[in-house]
Write a protein that binds this ligand. Structure first.
Ligand code: SF4
Length: 444
């Protein structure tokens, strides 16, 4: 009889791609390890890192330092670092942290069982090799699937935006075979799953280099046709590659949620050019308008960088103006942070930190106002919500997500988690909504 499984703890930093990668780590180790949420009892502790900003990298280094004590108390513990910082730093991490046992990059995830065995035997393996195709992964198991899942459809990026480290740490762009994607989603839906988010650094360029060329809108249509799918989302989109066919898909596919995350980064054409983004503010606004003509209730969210090298007050004002014209429902905004290997790190005209901080604060206040206005427009409306879990604020409240991606808190029993139901929006707050369950049984 096999003994009880050992325990695996994963600390995840960064974006949804990293969340999906952490799920993959748990899955490839599932024969021998079961996930725990208690770091103190772990046999393996993996840190899945993000290198997109210097601050996220600093957090990882500080966490790694603080784990020295745990490793001393549990010498058998295998401590590993994966993800983008691991890819970027490789064996330098082993030199900087003598208590670290294992370093693995974006594609090393799939070789974790062998890497863990080598670490258990006393080696300190480093695997930061990037394959030249989409790595093969074992099938996910869906004994009791969550209501929503993330499915990686491509890896890497060829765009080389001048501020971004992703092409260096995740490698060139590789698409996953459509049959593999459809198979994974079909199994998730057959087991009772309802919502799928397709993930990639730039999903709009999906399909290049596949044996059977399939465009991203074609993939969406194939996924949307699968029985049982209630909601379909995707992230992240590059505005330059947002094709008329993809805009048309918003008019055709009822399962495709009325939300698009379309990172604009700046509203100044001069800065967009220096960022190597490949579109102008006019082109971005034109695409946003065409999307809203096709799907009038579409919610639009974005990413914004302030203080990119050379950004003047006039450039920054252009960004505020674009935000107003686009009417973003939500924005994730950050101070520009120079990253190793990227072109922009060497640009002249680096903006002092106090100016970046002041602009970021103004921009966030501006967006909070736009978001609150969008939330107020929802008050009194009845909307479909997928119940994701208990609310963080109150033990008697549930937390649901609207098709337009806003979060709504409302009272209800825990057995509604994972169900789709109608909620009447009663209050608008800057970061969430409050509601009450509308009369009628759950939709699923
Ligand atoms: S599109 Fe640009 S910002 Fe997005 S991952 Fe690729 S290089 Fe980075």
């Amino acid at each position: 009889m096999p003994g009880p499984k050992k325990k695996l703890y994963i600390r995840t930093f960064g974006c949804q791609m990293n969340v999906a990668d952490s799920e993959r780590m748990a899955q490839v180790l599932a024969d021998d390890f079961v996930l725990t949420d208690k770091a103190e009892e772990a046999d393996i502790y993996l840190i899945n890192t993000c290198a997109i900003r210097r601050k996220s990298e600093e957090k990882v280094r500080s966490l790694l330092g603080s784990l020295k004590g745990l490793k001393q108390r549990r010498p058998q513990l295998i401590l590993g670092v994966g993800g983008c910082v691991a890819q970027q730093e490789g064996d330098r991490l082993l030199g900087a942290a003598p208590h670290l046992d294992l370093v693995f990059g974006a594609h090393g995830i799939y070789r974790l069982p062998q890497l863990v065995s080598r670490a258990a035997a006393g080696e300190r393996p480093v695997d930061v090799e990037l394959s030249r195709c989409f790595p093969e992964a074992p099938r996910r198991r869906w004994e009791s699937p969550p209501a929503r899942t993330f499915v990686t459809i491509m890896q890497g990026c060829n765009n080389f935006c001048s501020f971004c480290v992703v092409p260096y740490v995740r490698g060139r762009e590789y698409s996953r075979e459509p049959s593999d994607i459809i198979g994974e989603i079909g199994e998730f839906l057959a087991a009772g799953g309802q919502e799928v988010t397709l993930l990639g650094q730039n999903v709009n360029s999906y399909g290049r280099g596949l044996m059977e060329p399939v465009t991203f809108p074609e993939l969406l249509r194939r996924v949307a046709a699968l029985p049982g799918l209630r909601r379909l989302r995707f992230a992240t989109s590059h505005p330059r590659d947002l094709s008329p066919d993809l805009i048309a898909a918003y008019g055709e596919l009822p399962a495709l949620c009325e939300h698009l995350h379309l990172p604009v980064q700046s509203g100044s054409n001069r800065i967009l050019q220096a960022m190597n983004r490949g579109y102008t503010r006019e082109e971005y606004l034109d695409k946003a308008a065409r999307l809203r003509q096709t799907r009038p209730d579409l919610a639009l969210s974005t990413d914004l960088i302030v203080g990119f090298p050379g950004e003047t007050e006039a450039d920054f004002e252009q960004t505020l103006d674009l935000m107003r014209q686009a009417g973003f429902d939500q924005a994730f905004s950050f101070k520009y942070s120079p990253r190793p290997q990227t072109q922009a790190a060497a640009f002249s005209g680096q903006v002092p930190d106090e100016i970046k901080a002041e602009r970021l604060s103004r921009l966030q206040t501006f967006q909070d106002d736009l978001t609150l206005k969008a939330h107020r427009r929802l008050v009194g409306k009845v909307r479909e919500a997928l119940v994701e879990g208990g609310s963080k604020r109150s033990p008697v409240e549930l937390c649901g997500r609207l098709r337009t991606n806003q979060v709504v808190n409302f009272q209800g029993p825990q057995d509604l988690v994972g169900r789709l139901l109608m909620v009447e929006i009663t209050e608008a707050h800057p970061h969430s909504l409050k509601g009450r369950r509308a009369v009628g049984p759950p939709l699923s």
